[in-house]
Write a protein that binds this ligand. Structure first.
Ligand SMILES: NC(=O)c1ccc[n+]([C@@H]2O[C@H](COP(=O)([O-])OP(=O)(O)OC[C@H]3O[C@@H](n4cnc5c(N)ncnc54)[C@H](OP(=O)(O)O)[C@@H]3O)[C@@H](O)[C@H]2O)c1
Length: 239
């Protein structure tokens, strides 16, 4: 039986890298997207041609719509094996200090970065009973850096949820997290932004996509680990 993993925000960037590496490790991958339909379909085509006979369905869902999130698993295409893993990777990353954060910004950041992972994690447990969940956090959860206050508060909550759910869902579902440091520059920033961020880490290096994939793979493949957060961040959480 080929195991199936669901990755949210899988069309591009870190999500797509995880999809490629897990497909190479033998997983079928459900590729979730919101707006990036063409990229998701292109990735599915690439994976299908590389791994003949395997399943790489694409599923659209706006994760800021809680009703859609609650029915997400009911809308998975039939034909795949029961999912064994869920990776909550999709994210919004909007700037704003506490003073600048409007009710709309707070809601938007919470909806995608906390509420959606919460209800996907809950639905996964209620629907499939067994498996493993990985939440993608951000190494900044160890700081109180205020430039993206709503985003950071949502990720801090998701870190707390990782541990609470790990205990609540034991022994059937393991829940872990990866907290990346600087991997890719945000959409509207140049490569210089990343070079500067990477230069300020203790290891003076950016985090490779393959490092994130290796951390995810380690958590998926280590049955005695739950409630763990791997800081894959060139040491940034130490500062
Ligand atoms: N990039 C980094 O260096 C870095 C550093 C620290 C932590 N992280 C974390 O690592 C993860 C991946 O990072 P990334 O930079 O690859 O993410 P990203 O490109 O900013 O976003 C990933 C995907 O999230 C999806 N998304 C956004 N809003 C959505 C919504 N309302 N409904 C459904 N999907 C939505 C988008 O899907 P569509 O394109 O299909 O709309 C997007 O492609 C995130 O959790 C991020 O917080 C990244």
């Amino acid at each position: 039986m080929t195991p199936t993993v669901i990755i949210t925000g899988a069309a591009k960037r870190i999500g797509a890298a995880l999809a490629r590496s897990l497909a190479a490790e033998g997983w079928d991958v459900v590729l979730h997207y919101n707006y990036s339909r063409d990229e998701a379909k292109a990735l599915a085509k690439e994976l299908k041609s590389k791994y003949m006979g395997r399943n790489f369905p694409v599923v659209q869902c706006d994760l800021s719509n809680t009703d859609a999130v609650l029915s997400f698993f009911e809308r998975l295409p039939s034909g795949n094996e029961k999912p064994m893993a869920l990776i909550n990777n999709a994210s919004t990353f909007n700037a704003g200090s506490i003073e600048e954060t409007s009710p709309a910004l707070l809601r938007k950041e919470m909806e995608v970065n906390f509420d959606a992972p919460f209800f996907l994690l809950q639905s996964f447990k209620n629907s499939f009973e067994k498996g493993t969940i990985i939440n993608i956090l951000d190494t900044k959860i160890t700081s109180n850096e205020g430039s993206h206050a709503a985003y950071l508060l949502a990720k801090k909550n998701l870190a707390a949820l990782t541990k609470m759910a790990a205990l609540a869902f034991s022994p059937d579902v393991r829940v872990n997290a990866v907290a990346p440091g600087p991997v890719l520059a945000p959409a509207r920033k140049s490569e210089d932004y990343l070079v500067e961020k990477a230069g300020n880490t203790p290891l003076r290096r950016k985090v490779e996509l393959s490092d994130i994939a290796a951390s995810v793979s380690f958590l998926l493949n280590t049955p005695s680990i739950t409630g763990q957060i791997i800081y894959c961040d060139s040491g940034l959480h130490l500062l």
